[in-house]
Design a protein around this ligand. Structure first.
Ligand code: AMP
Ligand code: MG
Length: 350
């Protein structure tokens, strides 16, 4: 157990004393949790092998699942990668700072612990005033996965971080709820074809506007592991609440009918049922604990609430979560990717 200091830092009036302290802790090899616009990150000095290893211990994260390096200026790129290709420049200009991570060939400076031994490194410049300030004051690239215990839903508020990591990290910076709620889009630029390894806050549609053709990793389409194991993270359970998650997909009326009948028979057999509905459907259910994730026509509203709701259903003690599928367009692609992983790809098609 280590002593965890929990501090509040407002995004609109940043306490620079705390930011300086966080920067110093990071340089000294300590673990600092900070907010980003996607989810909270568990940071360590990304050039310090020992500090990076502490991230894996704190999370219980398998060491062959690589981390993202967070930077606060594009000038930091040159030391971390062998080359910044033209298409990387285009994406950086359009989407940084923001919820997009680029995978490039790593330079020898980047420790193997960060990349899980891969010769590629993932880099992102977050767009959150507190994250930017902390990274800048650390003066080093900050390696950071999501600040949750491995396997749990990612933290979208400091409360979730406290639940998972109290006594395991040196500092937790609380800046309230994050805005996006799903992690960054991971874009692999190390092959001829540009490939999204993980959908996220920057959408596939937006990437295609800039680069034309962009592929989705085959593992994202069929739920199998990637043909080329570029992102080892794909093979682990992810985003899992204690409850079993079952997704129901199909025409909306059919989905609602099926969830109604499943909720009824599960409750009759003594199970506690949670229903992850949407604004459009939440009033149609008579049984189960019904919570709307947001507006189907604005998937960003669902992204912002998804992980928090998975944790909330656990707090309410439900045994099974029945979740409506949403359309895989815009950030809905990232929402469905996370939901599918949380369900272990357990989908009923109606
Ligand atoms: P997390 O830190 O939990 O938000 O996850 C980081 C994500 O970035 C995981 O999906 C990793 O597999 C992916 N990632 C990190 N580094 C690399 C890399 N060098 N190549 C491919 N994917 C990576
Ligand atoms: Mg994570």
């Amino acid at each position: 157990m280590i002593k965890t200091e929990v501090v509040e830092v407002r995004s609109d009036n940043i306490d620079m004393d705390i930011v300086r302290k966080a920067g110093t802790l990071l340089r000294e090899g300590k673990l600092v949790v900070f907010p980003t616009e996607t989810v909270y990150g568990l940071g360590a000095n990304g050039l310090d092998e020992q500090a990076v290893k502490r991230i894996f211990e704190a999370k219980g994260r398998p060491s062959d699942n690589p981390l993202i390096l967070h930077i606060s200026s594009t000038g930091q790129m040159d030391r971390l990668v062998t080359r910044v290709p033209e298409r990387a420049v285009k994406l950086m200009e359009r989407f940084w700072p923001g919820p997009m991570t680029l995978v490039l060939e790593k330079s020898p400076l980047v420790p193997g612990a960060v990349t899980a031994g891969l010769d590629t490194v993932a880099i992102r410049m977050p767009d959150h005033p507190v994250a930017k300030a902390v990274i800048e004051h650390a003066g080093v690239p900050v390696a950071a996965p999501s600040a949750n215990l491995s396997g749990k839903p990612s933290p979208t508020s400091a409360r979730h971080v406290v639940e998972d990591l109290m006594g395991r990290v040196d500092m937790i910076i609380d800046s309230g709820d994050v805005s996006i709620g799903v992690e960054s889009t991971v874009v692999d630029l190390t092959s001829e074809r540009v490939t999204v390894l993980r959908p996220g806050g920057v959408t596939l549609e937006q990437l295609r506007e800039v680069l034309g053709e962009v592929d989705l990793d085959p593992g994202l389409i069929n739920g199998e592991n990637s043909a080329i194991p570029k992102a080892p993270g794909m093979k682990y359970t992810h985003y899992s609440p204690e409850a079993d998650v079952i997704i129901v997909d199909g025409r909306l009326e059919d989905v609602v009918d099926r969830i109604k009948s499943m909720a009824g028979s599960l409750e009759d057999s003594g199970k506690r049922v949670g229903i992850l509905a949407t604004d459009q459907t939440k009033d149609l259910y008579a049984r189960g604990l019904v919570i709307s994730a947001g507006d189907r026509n604005a998937p960003g509203t669902i992204a912002a609430r998804l992980f928090g709701l998975l944790r909330e259903f656990d707090k309410k003690g439900v045994d099974v979560i029945l979740a409506e599928a949403i359309e895989e367009r815009d950030v809905g692609l990232a929402v469905m990717n996370r939901l599918l992983k949380s369900a272990g790809y357990n989908v009923i098609r109606v």
